[in-house]
Design a protein around this ligand. Structure first.
Ligand SMILES: Cc1cc2nc3c(=O)[nH]c(=O)nc-3n(C[C@H](O)[C@H](O)[C@H](O)COP(=O)(O)O)c2cc1C
Length: 291
């Protein structure tokens, strides 16, 4: 009994330490839960559409990023074509008329298109300017019918949820006049699907992360050039942003984690009975301000 009472202060000390340890662990777990709940797993706005420049990727957070630019690049003389003013006016008018005929076509035929044309339009897109010349784009060209169908299954499943649940009445109403819905037959029929991924960061030869500043703007400009090149070649497409499909399509197409899907372009000739909504474009005075 005497021995027991002499040990009482020791027991009390041990119990205090145990309570302290348990409380610290509980607080830590609560903090972890709070951080998790700030990042819902199924976002309304596609996480892939955020620019990685502002949102460092969680999986590699803390890893140091380097621009990795070569310090010494030779500078060479620049030459370009010089046209007469009359020729410039004619060329700019002709180019405008060509691009003014571009329409988003949602009915594409399965008629084959030469691969060389696709190679050339993607080469053309690759001439785009990019932040610090990082060229943060990957153009995945899908021609395999099985893969095209898998893409269709993923897109249609997510788009049906977008139309029925995720997006509000206003979004569904705005799309009504375009007569577009979640059925995307063109994903099977178009001879090519071009999926454009933005690389939110790159890798240097030493394995370090390379910062891709303005990657989304750079890839968007490249996409604009690609659309113009397709139009120039006499091909049709519809610019599409399959909401919430990015991660699944990235895995299907075996793209690395630094690549995020930006756009999906089905490419081909229009179907014989294809229609487009009778939209008009804003006149010059509504889109240009001269000072
Ligand atoms: C960023 C962007 C996303 C678009 N996403 C879709 C889409 O997911 N599905 C679709 O059918 N059209 C989509 N479009 C096409 C637009 O609806 C189309 O460009 C617009 O109605 C004007 O028609 P036009 O391209 O024939 O001039 C998208 C266009 C842009 C620029």
């Amino acid at each position: 009994m005497a021995l027991f009472s002499s040990l009482t202060p020791v027991f009390i000390a041990i119990i205090c330490v145990l309570i302290g340890v348990i409380m610290k662990k509980t607080n830590g777990e609560k903090e972890k839960c709070d951080t998790k709940s700030k990042h819902p797993s199924r976002p309304l706005v596609d996480e892939d559409l955020k620019d990685g420049t502002d949102h460092p990727l969680e999986e590699e957070e803390g890893e140091e990023e380097w621009q990795g630019l070569e310090e010494n690049v030779a500078h060479v003389p620049f030459t370009s074509e010089r046209y007469s003013e009359a020729e410039m006016i004619k060329r700019s008018q002709t180019f405008y008329e060509l691009l003014n005929k571009r329409r988003s076509v949602r009915f594409l035929s399965d008629e084959p298109v030469p691969r060389e044309v696709i190679d050339n339009v993607i080469r053309t897109a690759g001439t785009s300017p990019s932040g610090a010349h990082t060229e943060p784009w990957t153009f995945v060209v899908v021609q395999d019918p099985y893969l095209k169908h898998k893409i269709r299954e993923i897109v249609e499943e997510e788009e049906e949820i977008n139309y029925k649940k995720r997006m509000g009445d206003r979004w569904v109403n705005d799309l009504k006049r375009l007569r577009t819905n979640w059925i995307k037959e063109y994903l099977d029929t178009a001879p090519y699907l071009i999926l454009i991924f933005k690389q939110v960061y790159g890798r240097l030869p030493n394995g370090k992360k390379k910062t891709h500043y303005y990657n989304e703007i750079s890839v968007s400009i490249a996409c604009g050039i690609l659309l113009a090149a397709l139009q120039n070649a006499g091909l049709c497409t519809v610019t599409s942003t399959p909401l919430n499909c990015g991660p699944q399509l990235r895995v299907l197409l075996q793209r690395p984690a630094n690549e995020k899907l930006l756009l999906l372009l089905p490419v081909g000739y229009p179907k014989k009975d294809a229609t487009v909504p009778a939209l008009t474009r804003k006149p010059l005075e509504d889109i240009m301000v001269v000072m």
